[in-house]
Design a protein around this ligand. Structure first.
Ligand SMILES: Cc1cc2nc3c(=O)[nH]c(=O)nc-3n(C[C@H](O)[C@H](O)[C@H](O)COP(=O)(O)OP(=O)(O)OC[C@H]3O[C@@H](n4cnc5c(N)ncnc54)[C@H](O)[C@@H]3O)c2cc1C
Length: 696
């Protein structure tokens, strides 16, 4: 077998024990050697060293790319048996020797005839002794017993190419791809970088590895342990990357085209676990590969890569935790109800302007007083793009803090601090608190208003009207601007385990006791001082905020932020409106009915159909007021009170459809998430344009 232009090797398998080898090298001063593995790492070698007169034959064991020591020095035996030859007539090496196929020496590899394996070689011309080779190489090789079984395929640098390709794939592309997905989900570009980089890394892995497997189709007994581990890990990775690409596409498919949150969550988790497994395996295997190949530059680059990857991930993780999630982030401060106002870095906007943009097709949402642009965030939201696309124009604070969820089926989900940190990147504008709604007495910020409970009045077994006052703020005594109707406050407190509980409560101007008195339902009412903030809340078993509120004593303090939210967005008392109130969702409509009663000029074309749902009549509140209002304001108001006991319940759908026969100017829906989604879908299905619906 010609190995290269200098070296030729021929052999005869004499019997089941011995092999005779003839080594011819066009070398007059120097050496030529053959190794029984693909690289010098843990490689059995034989070398013929010539000084021009004599040829010395030695059995070596190489552990690395350093000068190998003889088997004898390593503690083994010299197993090469000189037959004949040495320096030929031209002065070149031509030596024949034999050895056992299996010598039993731990510093010799077994020669398995007719099974595919590797050899490597090296030689040095024109310098005496056992010094560094001037040329070297490796090949897939068979110690064939017949010419039909002969096989020789020089690697021609394919292993080095493989090493470079895999290092680029796993040391650079995969690291960047995973990194952008972990820390830049709020950007428009992360998805494209993630997908293209990781797809490229996967393709490189599959193509480069299969190329090598094709070259190296030899059996396990012919492979060194380290090479075997490297190769099996590579095989595992080649199959995992295919699965990972499938998971990646399925994740995107389920996120974009379905609403199946359970499957989406499962596949996303699988995609994440397999992704990180692949990255770790990839980096380890690149390192192993360079060690096997014995390339110091490759090894150094891998160490640099490990260190850089580790440092960058740690740095960004620390930045995310301590700066973006943590105490130094003004937005997080605001969210966690600690200190300071958000700096004026966002453009000033109004709900009206933002909603007009939504109606023109802009993908905007509100989070408390921020306007956020989610135009590209649909690909990033782990719960699926439908959760974003169905909520344009809504205030999503309720979903973020975990007091509401999409539709009726899903449990509320408290978003992580990391998710909150994205809001500052997605924000494009900030909405000012409406002027004179809350009147400041001191200079304190409205995102951290400390109020104390004055008293609480039960409206039924579980629903209470609570009055709060503050030394720093007063609430306007009456609703002097229609745009104020339906706004809410964020109320928050810190548990003793430092968990921050944030919930939203509709603010209410009208005092329902005074109203009942005005309608003649009550004989008297308890007058309250001016400037109090009122909320109506229902206590839920296990409810974190409502039980906390219910256990407050007069004088106990709690934080309010607001007023927030687009509210009803009613500019004038004109038009035909539908309102759907589920449970305490009735609160914003109480103000509307009261204001219309007090302020509606005669002859104004305003009509409100109010559907109020409670489980039973006992669970309701202000129902007698609404029934009385129906009598008083029959020209502009129709109230349907729907409970499990009411007869209207069965015909409700028909009643709504009937009401929709007259052109509807707008519909408001305010209730639990399942209720909100049900009525939104119902109205859209029955022909009302989505843009006319406001989900509170
Ligand atoms: C814009 C807005 C305005 C709101 N206005 C009011 C208001 O004026 N008055 C008011 O009482 N609430 C209002 N809410 C709801 C309020 O924010 C809380 O979600 C509610 O008070 C429960 O809080 P919690 O911490 O006590 O219960 P959580 O600790 O959040 O929940 C505990 C358990 O209570 C039950 N639960 C919670 N909420 C509901 C629900 N709506 N229906 C059925 N079961 C439930 C569930 O079993 C839940 O597992 C409003 C919400 C929003 C988004």
């Amino acid at each position: 077998q010609n190995i290269n232009s200098v070296m030729t090797m021929s052999w005869t398998i004499e019997d089941s024990t011995w092999i005779q080898i003839r080594l011819q090298c066009k070398i007059k001063l120097g050496y030529c050697s053959i190794g029984l593995s693909s690289t010098m790492t843990n490689c059995d070698m034989f070398a013929a060293i010539t000084d021009g007169k004599f040829v010395t034959l030695t059995d070596y064991w190489a552990t690395s790319h350093d000068t190998p020591k003889s088997d004898k020095i390593e503690g083994g035996n010299e197993d090469l048996v000189y037959n004949y030859g040495g320096v030929d007539s031209l002065g070149y090496i031509d030596i024949t020797f034999k050895r056992k196929l299996s010598t039993g020496d731990s510093f010799d590899q077994v020669i398995n005839p007719d099974i595919r394996g590797d050899i490597c070689w090296g030689y040095r011309n024109n310098r005496a002794g056992w010094t560094e080779h001037s040329d070297y190489g490796s090949a897939g090789f068979v110690w064939a017993t017949t010419s039909a079984n002969a096989f020789f395929k020089a690697s021609n640098g394919s292993k080095e190419d493989h090493g470079i390709a895999m290092s680029v794939a796993w040391g650079a592309l995969a690291v960047v791809g995973i990194f952008v997905c972990r820390y830049f989900k709020y950007t428009a570009w992360w998805f494209y970088i993630h997908m293209s980089f990781l797809l490229t890394a996967s393709l490189i892995t599959i193509i480069s590895s299969s190329q090598l497997y094709k070259d190296d189709a030899y059996s396990v007994e012919n492979i060194e342990d380290d090479t075997n581990v490297h190769s099996r890990l590579g095989m595992l990775m080649s199959s995992l990357v295919i699965g990972e690409c499938v998971f990646g596409f399925l994740t995107s498919y389920f996120k974009i085209f379905t609403e199946n949150v359970q499957v989406m969550t499962l596949i996303t988790r699988a995609h994440k676990i397999v992704g990180y497994t692949l990255l770790i395996c990839g980096l380890i295997n690149c390192w192993k590969g360079w060690v096997l190949y014995g390339d110091n530059t490759g090894k150094s680059l891998m160490i640099f890569c490990f260190a850089l990857t580790g440092a960058i991930f740690m740095l960004f993780e620390a930045y995310q935790i301590f700066v973006r999630n943590g105490r130094r982030n003004p937005l997080a401060l605001k969210i966690s109800c600690t200190e300071n106002e958000v700096p004026g870095k966002y453009k000033k906007m109004s709900h009206m302007k933002a909603i007009a943009l939504v109606r023109k097709g802009k993908k905007l949402m509100f989070y408390d007083d921020l306007v956020i642009d989610v135009g590209h965030f649909y690909l990033s939201h782990p719960g699926g793009s439908f959760m974003i696309s169905k909520c344009y124009g809504e205030d999503v604070g309720k979903y973020m803090v975990g007091c509401s969820s999409y539709g009726g089926n899903l449990l509320p989900y408290t978003h992580s601090l990391k998710a909150f940190s994205y809001l500052s990147n997605l924000a494009i504008g900030r909405i000012k608190y409406p002027k004179n709604y809350i009147i400041p007495i001191t200079e304190k910020p409205q995102n951290l208003m400390i109020f104390q409970l004055v008293f609480e009045k039960p409206l039924n077994d579980h629903t209470f009207l609570a009055y709060f006052k503050s030394d720093d703020f007063k609430m306007a005594n009456s609703c002097s601007n229609l745009l104020w109707i339906g706004k809410h406050f964020m109320v928050c407190y810190k548990t003793k385990f430092h968990e921050i509980i944030r919930r939203y409560y509709s603010s209410i101007f009208v005092d329902i006791n005074k109203w009942a008195y005005e309608l003649g339902i009550l004989d008297n009412f308890q007058k309250t001082e001016d400037g109090l903030v009122k909320i109506i809340f229902k206590v839920y078993p296990g409810g974190k905020m409502t039980n906390y509120l219910n256990n407050l004593n007069a004088g106990d303090k709690i934080i309010f932020k607001g007023p927030l939210g687009p509210g009803l967005q009613l500019k004038s008392l004109e038009g035909n409106y539908l309102a759907f109130a589920g449970g305490t969702g009735l609160v914003p409509f109480l103000d509307l009915v009261y204001i219309a009663w007090k302020n509606l000029p005669d002859g104004n074309d305003f009509f409100l159909t109010l559907f109020v749902s409670f489980k039973t009549r006992k669970d309701g509140f202000a129902l007698n007021i609404l029934e009385e209002m129906q009598e008083v304001g029959g020209k502009w108001l129709k109230v349907y009170i729907i409970t499990d006991e009411s007869k209207d319940k069965e015909f409700l759908s028909d009643i709504i459809v009937e009401t929709m026969k007259k052109e509807v100017s707008g519909a408001w829906i305010c209730g639990p998430s399942g209720y909100n989604r049900y009525y939104t879908d119902f109205l859209v299905k029955n022909g009302l344009e989505k843009r006319k619906i406001i989900v509170m």
